[in-house]
Design a binder for this molecule. Sequence first.
Ligand code: 13P
Length: 122
Amino acid sequence: MMKIALIAHDKKKPEMISFVKEHLNIFKTHELYATGTTGALLVEHTGLNIHLKKSGPLGGDQEIGSMVANQLIDMIIFFRDPLTAQPHEPDVSALLRLSDHYEIPLATNISTAKLFIAALEI
Ligand SMILES: O=C(CO)COP(=O)(O)O
């Protein structure tokens, strides 16, 4: 069982919901964490049990980053919006930086996330 963090910027939330729904059988066998709004939507639409952190702009990305630093996260699926400026861009960068330092697999788009799912299915 892996500890997986799920995060999506606002314009990518519908994509995250349909992605998780599509792979529900996989996700329900893992321990899930999410930033606040993404997580609440996923709980509502999938019924999955998800540990909710603060909303991203209010510290949620930093909370996930803290888990990465403490080696409490094994994989991150983070659907970023590359076309919209985020007020908490430094927090987003910090999460990516820590994930690289700790060598945590991190998918920032659906194509990469599909490859992760294929790996989890093995
Ligand atoms: O902003 C986010 C990631 O940077 C996501 O936060 P929410 O899931 O609370 O919208």
